[in-house]
Design a protein around this ligand. Structure first.
Ligand SMILES: C[S@@+](CC[C@H](N)C(=O)[O-])C[C@H]1O[C@@H](n2cnc3c(N)ncnc32)[C@H](O)[C@@H]1O
Length: 254
């Protein structure tokens, strides 16, 4: 008997397996050294704790566990006040999870996902395309390699734009606010946006109220900050500053 298993999309996990293996490995190295220098057992214990924390976080993020990633992507779309007519852009799309979700929410929209797809993440254009095909949206969704610092689109080309956890990672932008400005450039006047990132980390964005005022000063009609780190589905253990404790969302209308 032939059993056919339906292909599943692969959206990845914000805690890559290698973070768990690396902290576990360092733990074992210290454990070995502790046979000679007993005090290193403390460091071994510390690294095993870190590995255990990452295992927990990975499980919470996954669809089989706490579904936190999926719910975080949903927050972006819930705060995008768009009617779904026209073209939308997902900046730093990773494996295309938010891109596909946006296309499924708006059946008439044409959606483009761009990413630089470096070695740091286990994401790629081909996985994006496969995911879009599995989810049945590939006719309206395309992916392209491009950098968020210099988007290869004319001013006002898109009707809407979204992004999730990307701007702070853009290494070739010293001032991360310039990445927001570039994202807004490609939206038409009256177009909608919803960007989620670690906006509460001052070294990236400065004071959040100042950031909102700065964005308004660029001529953006409506700008709102939403403190998504307080979302009730995020377990407390995941609200450490380097996890989801600094996230927020900037949304509005150009
Ligand atoms: C934390 S991941 C988030 C991916 C996806 N948005 C999500 O929510 O799963 C950060 C993403 O930013 C992308 N990225 C980093 N620098 C970039 C740049 N200069 N231009 C475009 N994407 C970039 C990475 O390749 C990676 O896919």
């Amino acid at each position: 008997m032939d059993i056919q298993v339906a292909a599943k999309p692969e959206y990845g996990n914000w805690v890559p397996k290698r973070m768990i293996y690396l902290s576990g490995f360092v733990g074992f190295v210290f454990l070995g050294l502790a046979l000679v220098f007993w005090f290193l057992a403390v460091l071994a214990g510390l690294f095993f704790l870190v590995a255990a924390y990452f295992i927990y976080a990975r499980r919470q993020f996954s669809l089989k566990g706490g579904k936190v990633q999926d719910r975080v992507w949903t927050l972006v779309l819930e705060n995008l006040d768009w009617n779904g007519e026209g073209k939308a852009l997902d900046i730093g799309c990773g494996n295309g999870a938010l891109t596909v979700k946006l296309a499924k929410k708006h059946p008439k929209a044409q959606v483009k996902g761009i990413d630089y797809w470096g070695k740091r993440w286990e994401y790629s254009k081909s996985i994006c395309e496969r995911n879009a095909a599995i989810e049945g949206v590939s006719e309206r969704v395309t992916f392209q390699k491009a950098s968020a610092v210099a988007l290869p689109f004319d001013d006002g080309y898109f009707d809407a734009a979204v992004s999730n956890f990307v701007f702070h990672e853009v290494s070739d932008a010293k001032d991360k606010r310039e990445v927001i400005r570039e994202a807004l450039r490609v939206i038409k006047t009256g177009g909608k946006f919803s960007f989620q990132d670690e906006f509460l980390i001052k070294q990236f964005y400065g004071d959040i109220d100042d950031l909102v005022e700065t964005i308004k000063s660029w001529g953006i009609t409506k700008v709102e900050f939403v403190q998504t780190r307080d979302a009730d589905f995020i377990p407390r253990a995941l609200t450490l500053p380097f996890m989801l404790g600094s996230i927020g969302l900037i949304c509005g209308e150009k």
